[in-house]
Design a protein around this ligand. Sequence first.
Ligand code: ZN
Length: 398
Amino acid sequence: MPVADPIANLQTLIRCPSVTPAEGGALAALEAMLLPLGFKVERMVATEPGMPDIENLYARLGTDGPHLMFAGHTDVVPPGDETSWSQPPFAAEIVGGELFGRGAVDMKGGIACFVAAVARNIEQHGAPKGSISFLITGDEEGPAVNGTEKLLKWATEKGETWDACLVGEPTNPDVLGDMIKIGRRGSVSGKVTVFGVQGHAAYPHLADNPVRGLLPLASSLMDPPFDGGTPEFPASNLEVTSIDVGNPATNVIPAKASFAFNIRFNDTWTADTVKAEIVRRLNEAAVKSPLRPDRDPARYEITWAERPSHVFLTRNNALIASLSGAVESVTGKVPKLSTTGGTSDARFIKDYCPVVEFGLVGQTMHMIDERVALADLETLTQIYGTFISRWFDNALLS
Ligand SMILES: [Zn+2]
C-alpha cells in the first residue's frame, strides 16, 4: 500500500522547506498522500490584515460518525545556522538509524506516522466505521493566527463536527511511551510600568524613583505562590521575564521603570481570575510600598499581552483509555498522563471536542540536528494504528 511506510512519508515532508509562513510544498505532499487513501482534501487559505496568508489543509475520509480528528502542523521553525547541522536540514538523510531534518519530531514525523497508520488500517480492515479527518495548519510555529483556530471555525461553518481529537505533537521527554498530554496550563503575559518623577540622583527629595516601586510590585507577583497545584496540574508559576529602565545616565533618577512577566496557570484559575489576582497583588504592594516613606502609593499601569492561552483538562475517559491502552500494548509502558509543557493548538481544539496529545520524543525539537530514530517511527505508527482501532471500537459500543 502506498504511504504505509512512515519513513518514506517523513522524508517527503522534510524535503519541503515549510518554514512558517511558507507552505513549502508540504501540504501539497500531504494531499498527494491522502488522496489515494480516499480522503476528500480541501486547502483553506486564512488571511488577516498585516499578516502573511497561510495555507491550511482539511481532509476527511468517510461521511458518518463517529468522527476522529488528527490535528497538527506542517510548518517548522527555521533551521538556524545550516552549517552547524551534521546533515542538511531539508535533505532527510538517514545516518546511523536516525532520520535527520527540521520537523522530524515537531511534527512532520507525527503526521507521517498517522498517515501510515491509516493506510495500514484500511489495508487490514477496510475503511473506518465512521470518519477520520486531518486538520493540518501551516501556522503553528508562527503567530498561530491564521492556523488551527480559523481552520476549526471554517470547518464548523461547513457543518463538520468531531467526537475526539488526537494532536500529534512530540509529547515524550525521553522514550516513546513516556507521556500523553491530557491538558495544558494557561498562559498570560503582561507588562507593568511604574511611574516616578525624573530628577538628579544627588537630589532625590526633588524626584521620585520608580525603581523603588518596581521592586516590591515585581516581588508581590513571585511570592507567595498562587496555589499548591492540583491532582492533574503542577502549581501555577509566574516568572518576571524582563526589567527595563533604559536609563544610560548614572546621575539621573529615571521617570519610569517597567517589568514584564508570564504566568503559567493551572485549572484553579481562569485567564480572567488570574489577571484579577495579579491586579489585586499589585494594588496591595503599591499601597504598602510608596516610592519613599512620605509619598503616595506607587503609580503604575498594567498592559496585557493579547490573546491569553486558556487552561484546559480533558476528562474523556474513553479517549484517554484508548490512547493509553494503545501505547501500553505496543511499548509495554504505561504512559504518564501529563499537563506540563507549553501551550499547543489543543487549546483551540478543546472548544470543539475532547483532545489528547501524543507524538514522538521531543528531545531534539527546534534544535540543530533535529532527528528521529527510524525505530520510533515504526513504533509510533503501530501505536497510532492500535489507537484508531480501539477508539472506533469504543465509540461504536457507546
Ligand atoms: Zn509542534
